[in-house]
Design a protein around this ligand. Structure first.
Ligand code: MF3
Ligand code: CO
Ligand code: CO
Length: 301
């Protein structure tokens, strides 16, 4: 029975029908935003799901978490100095956050032992605060804080230069900042793609002789620590997710002075610490953003 055989073969090979990610609730007229998103999805682009669009109440909550997150980093900025240990930075973050009703998100997150990440020089990210790590003149350090307030998350990090550093390190810190700002500028209107900002960021890093870390990315944030989408800081224009009003996400380019490859630290039992593979320096800045009809608004300044 050749017919039947054919039918069986077709059944086993057939593709699954994919449910659209975006949909309009039954009985509602599609808005202009719905139509735009559905048009992009029909063209095969990655679009958000409705669950990634925050309600005004959620946005208020994330905004408040952002205000506390900024104050935490300001408290670090006020005290950070040569001779201080990264454990002291961690205590400032823990004390300030909890005194103001917040929770430091990193603490006990998937085995992370502290309240913030402190990443010095060739540490790309997820550096672990320690009594043994003493800040020295010329060090460049990223302090990354994520703050939970009333269940809402905001995530930001800054670079600090200890005393006077070398021109090379200064340039790396400056270019990493410019990369964040360039990502932000690409998002000065909605309906851009993550790949658009990644492409612009990588171009700027490369023009300055630096590389962009590929193994780690920015992310949706707000109701959880890490949500969709992945925000890669390199890539092709038009790739990645469409960014639409109501989405909250981070941009956090990690820029390396040498090559983009990263690795772990042999002695790190937590397996959190990320280093540059070639031992060159790395710098990073991060903010949490809200996409609006008029482009992104910073929630963590
Ligand atoms: N704050 C980091 C980020 O920007 C994540 C740190 S996870 C931790 O996404 F557990 F190390 F805190
Ligand atoms: Co962060
Ligand atoms: Co982040």
């Amino acid at each position: 029975m050749p017919e039947l055989k054919k039918l069986v073969a077709m059944t086993s090979k057939k593709k699954k029908r994919q449910k659209p990610r975006w949909f309009v609730p039954a009985g509602l007229e599609p808005t202009e935003m719905d139509l735009k998103i559905m048009e992009w999805e029909a063209k095969g682009k990655l679009v958000p799901t409705p669950s990634l669009i925050k309600t005004p109440e959620q946005i208020e909550g994330i905004r408040k978490a952002g205000v506390l997150n900024t104050a935490v980093l300001d408290a670090v900025a006020e005290k950070i100095r040569e001779g201080m240990t990264t454990a002291e930075i961690d205590r400032i973050v823990y004390d300030y956050t909890t005194k103001h009703g917040g929770i430091p998100a990193p603490l006990n997150f998937e085995g992370f032992p502290n309240s913030c990440c402190t990443s010095i020089n060739d540490v790309v990210c997820h550096g672990i605060p320690s009594e043994d790590d003493i800040l020295e003149e010329g060090d460049i350090i990223n302090v990354d804080c994520t703050t939970i307030l009333d269940g809402y998350y905001a995530d930001a990090s800054r670079m600090f230069i200890i005393g006077k550093t070398t021109p090379e390190r200064q340039k790396l810190v400056d270019v990493a900042w410019e990369c964040l700002k360039i990502g932000e500028q690409v998002c000065s209107e909605p309906y851009v793609f993550v790949g658009d900002l990644g492409n612009a960021i990588a171009k700027h890093a490369h023009q300055n002789g630096f590389s962009v870390v590929r193994d780690l990315c920015g992310h949706g944030v707000g109701l959880a620590f890490h949500e969709e989408p992945d925000v890669e800081h390199y890539g092709k224009k038009g790739s990645g997710m469409l960014l639409v009003p109501g989405m909250t996400f981070t941009i956090e380019p990690m820029i390396n002075g040498g090559d983009w490859y990263v690795c772990g630290d042999e002695e790190d039992e937590t397996e959190w610490i990320v280093l540059t593979e070639d031992g060159a320096d790395s710098a990073q800045w991060e903010h949490t953003y809200l996409m609006t009809e008029n482009g992104v608004e910073v929630l963590t300044h």
